[in-house]
Design a protein. Sequence first.
Length: 492
Amino acid sequence: MSSSTVHSTFPAGFLWGSATAAYQIEGAVREDGRTPSIWDTFSHTPGKVLGGDTGDVAVDHYHRWRDDVRLMADLGLSAYRFSVSWSRVQPTGRGPAVQRGLDFYRALVDELLAHGIRPMVTLYHWDLPQELEDAFPSGSSAGGGWPERDTAYRFGEYAGIVADALGDRVEMWSTLNEPWCSAFLGYGSGVHAPGRADPVAALRAAHHLNLAHGLGVQALRERLPARARIGVSLNPSAVRPLTASAADQDARRRIDALANRVFTGPMLRGVYDDDLLADTARITDWAFVQDGDLRIARQPLDFLGINYYSPAVVSAAEDTQASEADGSSAPRPDGHGASAHSPWPGADDHVSFHRAPGELTAMDWPVDPTGLKDLLLEYTAQAPGVPLYVTENGAAYDDRPGTGGQVHDPERIRYLHGHLAAVHEAIVAGADVRGYYLWSLLDNFEWAYGYSKRFGAVHVDYATQVRTPKSSAHWYAKVAASGELPGEPATD
Ligand code: GBH
């Protein structure tokens, strides 16, 4: 590739940020009127999270937010993406807001702005108030939550509450983080909260998340000043066929429908594609989609957020023996490979998953930045004129402090370098990418993996809560300060 003297210069004004999510960092789960979310319940259910870890304390950000903002300022970051805990600001998921909950986020935002850091608020990063999951609006015996239409309307109201509280000081708003995970890991495979495993519930959840997104955008538009920028963060799958055969290409098409177009269809085009409806026809007739829903889901967007970690490789279904042989069917808590239940309604008889080539991170996710470039160019074509942000990208490695206390993480520097180079290549090829949010600012509660996986640019000693920027944080700070990516990662 390029020699170390060649630098890639990012556009002026490009945002250099980091990202977090409420349940992964805040802790203080019983303070100031907060009530349990589905992740509190799930993490306290034995066997659901590795090591029995919970977000009860997490990295204590609810008390250490001032220090954490200082950390970002010291690193010279210009942007920060965080999520609001719904059950902290509207504990039952309906009715009046709790002022102390809102005050926390107002103070956080003011501190960010005082340090010249632009906040992006994500309204929903997977932590539904438990009371909404327990509500049975249509008399369903399985439970409420996202499979129920009412939840989408509750989200619209909640969006209005947060907009009223923060709209005078926050410009960038994202409705949902990765609705695929909420729907298909939460209600399909059950490896995420609320841990239900029901393919129909997963598809209903996907639809009601699309509806919630639309209602949320409407609520924000009604309240926010014209300068506000409203979007959504998706985790599109960079899905590739194993071979060029027609059968493998059809497997790719199926997963593209279930991973990507199930959200971008309604949100960008106001439709569920015919092939998605046909592929899932044996499971549901989609009667839960009511007249007008797709018009609501399709709202003009000011940006699209792309979260990317790793590509996926699929083929036409093989016999089980073959897929076991390449390790692709080992049970994993993130939806990769076969779990007891599938996150791919209707696709299992048709599709096999394979590990993409490349070095593996501590999640066993292959490192392949070309997937990010491909997605940025694909969504440039799919949403012409809509600016893109990489709202999450990063990697887990087994980081430990050395004898001097420093945390040396050259693998993460290489990962970030490769992916930032891919972003730059996409920009050169015509993608309008306006910023990059590293996942994550801090080591934190990595969902079903608990505290066993460290994604932070800043190391956290969970026993003492001491924060130590890793070498990748210092490296990223230099890139952010100069707006230039060196030709080689320079990991020492
Ligand atoms: C993000 O999820 C989350 O937004 C963030 O909270 C989390 O901490 C971070 O990433 C790291 O995990 O196509 O079946 O093979 C990303 C979760 C990881 C879910 C890859 C889909 C592949 C599923 N995604 N996974 S599959």
